[in-house]
Design a protein around this ligand. Structure first.
Ligand code: ZN
Length: 470
């Protein structure tokens, strides 16, 4: 399908979209606290005539913005949360704006804006009679702590969709087709008895001992779970001064595995280990379940359509100035990092990418059939409706996410990737609105690859974890 008109619409919004990416970048907000960011994006869509629903899933920074009528109903997902401690100037050396402050190290300042751009372009297409149906932009908070879409999904936010599309900033451009790991985020809070650790230790019961025994138990458990599983923990509270037996201590766990069933099995075992640790130390334990997400299942039919439109819309028009700054950033990466990050590409593009500073040419998926050892809450959406997403080259080749180099890129030339992503998302949404066969094919594939009905991983009564800042 010819998408010139759609691309022109997005191009006419170029300056507005770039300035939105900057505004979000200059005011980075952590997950579930993205008040100004959510307001900025929802106000743009409200002003354009979209119907806004706020507070989805009990989260004040979650919203949806809907335009159009009837079927099909296509969802576009956007995020806008930042990461702690990654404050960084647009500069080629590590240079925080304010040391310790958050920064946009995952490019979510680009991510949400591209979705808004696509939604605005779809409104124009609907108004002009070039598309029929309904489009909803979902403002999804707190992806970094894998919370937003999980609680929105429990609220039924995605139930009416015929398909959902999204993207993610990266250092290469290709459909994102890897499976991701399902996960649970759980905190174990132990309570003991404080006492003077030297004078009267016999009166104390150490909650920290319990945490250490839990962690030791988890290390022994590790041998008996599948190689693909990942178990990691921190001790957010390990007590205070050494001369006080810690009465309170906490361990925070992420459990990940390729399937929900396996994540649940490992978590149940970990619960038993925590009970055992409490028994051994004569303390008590309470479990706080923060969130639990699904593995991601890419819809191949939709992913292929995304690639087609990526080729039509691209490559991203980076200038010599962009390449110059990108080269300075790339010089701060080790050769090993660049090689590891490009290893999955087929030989030809791999060599081309390794010799490039920016490599925005769309590639066929290089991660199809692989498991990405991370998690995303897009996984939950992919178990509810046919879902596809793509990577777009927003950073110098080899740049890992969650780095200061990514923050610097996201505050400068990365904005061009957001405009590009808006074009790809709008064109693909338009295709879905106008091509019943495409939608039917995506639906058939979905029914084959996702046979079970979606059921939230959240135990009943779980509230969004507003106290988390990671
Ligand atoms: Zn991200």
């Amino acid at each position: 399908m010819n998408h010139d008109e759609t691309f022109e619409t997005v191009e006419s919004l170029n300056a507005e979209l770039v300035s939105l990416t900057r505004e979000l970048w200059e005011n980075p907000e952590l997950g579930l606290h993205e008040t100004a960011s959510a307001e900025l994006l929802s106000s743009v869509l409200r002003d354009a005539g979209f119907e806004i629903t706020e507070g989805i899933g009990g989260m004040p920074t979650a919203f949806s913005a809907t335009y159009g009528n009837g079927e099909p109903h296509i969802g576009i997902l956007g995020e806008y949360d930042a990461l702690p401690g990654l404050s960084q100037e647009v500069s080629a050396t590590r240079d925080p704006v304010e040391r310790g402050d958050p920064g946009h190290g995952c490019g979510h300042n680009l991510f949400g804006v591209a979705g808004v751009g696509a939604a605005l372009a779809m409104k124009r297409a609907i108004d002009d009679g070039r598309a029929t149906g309904t489009v909803t932009f979902f403002g999804c908070p707190a992806e970094e702590i894998l919370v937003g879409k999980v609680f929105m999904a429990r609220d039924g936010a995605f139930d009416d969709l015929d398909a959902a599309l999204t993207w993610h900033p990266s250092h290469l451009s290709a459909p994102f087709m890897a499976q991701t790991l399902a996960m649970n985020s759980v905190e174990y809070n132990f309570t003991g008895e404080s006492a003077h650790a030297a004078d009267s230790p016999q009166s104390g019961r150490s909650a920290l001992d319990a945490v250490e025994l839990l962690n030791t138990g988890a290390e022994f458990m590790r041998e008996h779970v599948s190689d693909d599983a990942r178990i990691h923990y921190t001790i957010p509270d390990g007590g205070g001064a050494p001369n006080v037996v810690p009465a309170e201590a906490t361990a925070w766990y992420y459990v990940r595995a390729p399937t929900r069933a396996e994540v649940d099995r490992i978590t149940d075992w970990l619960d038993d280990v925590a009970e055992g640790a409490a028994m051994m130390t004569q303390t008590t334990v309470e479990r706080q379940f923060h969130t639990g997400c699904y593995d991601y299942v890419a819809n191949d039919t939709l992913s292929e359509k995304l690639l087609e439109n990526m080729r039509l819309a691209g490559p991203i028009p980076y200038t010599d100035d962009d390449r110059e700054f990108a080269a300075e950033l790339q010089e701060t990466l080790s050769q090993e990092t660049i090689e590891a990050r490009t290893a999955q590409l087929p030989e030809g593009p791999r060599e081309e990418a390794r010799q490039s500073v920016l490599y925005p040419d769309a590639q066929p998926s290089y991660d199809v059939g692989t498991v990405l050892n991370g998690s995303t809450d897009v996984g939950d959406v992919s178990w509810i409706t046919p879902t596809a997403q793509f990577w777009a080259a927003s950073w110098p080749v080899g740049t890992p996410s969650h780095t200061w180099q990514a923050v610097a890129s996201n505050g400068s030339f990365g904005a061009k990737a957001a405009v590009y992503a808006a074009k790809v998302l709008a064109a693909t949404t338009l295709d879905l609105c106008n091509d019943d066969d495409l939608l039917a094919e995506a639906r058939n594939e979905f029914e084959e690859t996702v046979p079970n009905e979606y059921e939230t991983a959240l135990p009943e009564g779980t509230e969004p974890p507003f106290h988390l800042t990671l």
